[in-house]
Design a protein around this ligand. Structure first.
Ligand SMILES: [Mn+2]
Length: 302
């Protein structure tokens, strides 16, 4: 199956600048080897970004404008039968990429790899950074303003799994408690093992769904190893564990229809460490999807 790279260069969802440069960085690295199409959407240069911590709806209008366009691009590419890999950008871009997949494939599950649960609402958010709300918005848990462009199914919270969480705000915990989603923490990964957690995640997200959207936030990795993210959280997993999670995803690639790699912030990176890991994740995914996805089913059939 063919992939398409969609650069979602926005950092409007967080008061820290830099994630908007993530996609261009990765696309430059891929330029000489990648055969598929690269599409880039950048946030407008002339907007005044709000970084005010007391602003609880930071850049809401601009994020909606950006995501409306991104959603149109994603839908178009999915309808062509391509596998979109969306490069962030802060995590608010996943509202567009995941819901586009939900529109095209109707019933999908989602696996959200992240140190944060991203389950805040405009009522519960402490920072007003919208990149802390996308998972709730995608699951239809309040946040209606963030998915105005979408006229299809939301992703069922009972078919949504968060993997690697270790930073959950107090009020956010209440949202999660009543939502119906499954959360595996970083601790769960260490205690139960990555394979066990990921098998369970695929079972839940794949239960009576047509396909699965994967959203991979680089801040799941420990900031000592991957410092180039906007909101780092200590005590993360190491690079080998991050690649093992990817390996498990790729084992299930037949069930996956789209993927995000988000939150690379080149302005925060040290010696391109995070960029190299993101690139490794990206290149490995492209190779697997292009060479193997769709082939196994064919073999089984005949
Ligand atoms: Mn995160």
């Amino acid at each position: 199956m063919k992939t398409v790279l969609i650069g979602a260069g926005s950092d409007l969802g967080v008061h820290i600048d830099g994630a908007k440069f993530g996609p261009t960085q990765l696309m430059n690295d891929m330029k000489s080897t990648y055969q598929g199409e690269m599409i880039t959407l950048s946030q407008k240069e002339n907007i005044i970004k709000s970084r005010n911590l007391s602003d609880r709806r930071k850049n809401e209008y601009e994020i909606d404008q950006f995501n409306t366009k991104l959603y149109e691009i994603e839908v178009e590419q999915l309808k062509k039968g391509l596998f979109p890999i969306t490069l962030g950008g802060d995590h608010s871009v996943a509202i567009a990429s995941s819901l586009a997949d939900s529109l095209v494939h109707e019933e999908i599950g989602m696996i959200w790899i992240d140190a944060h649960t991203d389950y805040n609402t405009f009522e519960s958010t402490v920072t007003g950074n919208i990149h802390g709300l996308p998972c709730a918005a995608i699951n239809g848990y309040k946040c209606n303003e963030l998915r105005k462009f979408h006229n299809g199914n939301i992703i069922d919270p009972r078919k949504t799994v968060i993997v690697g969480a270790r930073s959950i705000d107090n009020w956010e915990k209440d949202n999660i408690k009543y939502s119906g989603i499954t959360v595996f923490t970083t601790q769960d990964l260490k205690e139960k093992g990555i394979k066990t957690v990921m098998d369970e995640a695929f079972k839940i997200a794949g239960n009576r769904t047509k396909s699965i959207h994967i959203s991979y936030d680089l801040d799941i990795i420990d900031p000592e190893i991957a410092p180039g993210v906007s909101v780092p959280e200590v005590d993360g997993i190491n690079e080998e564990e991050a690649m093992t999670i990817l390996k498990e995803i790729l084992e299930h690639i037949e069930e996956v229809s789209s993927m995000d790699i988000v939150e690379l912030n080149p302005l925060r990176d040290i010696e391109r460490k995070t960029e190299q890991i993101a690139l490794n994740i990206l290149a490995t995914t492209i190779q697997k999807v292009e060479q193997e996805k769709g082939i196994k089913k064919f073999e089984k059939k005949y």
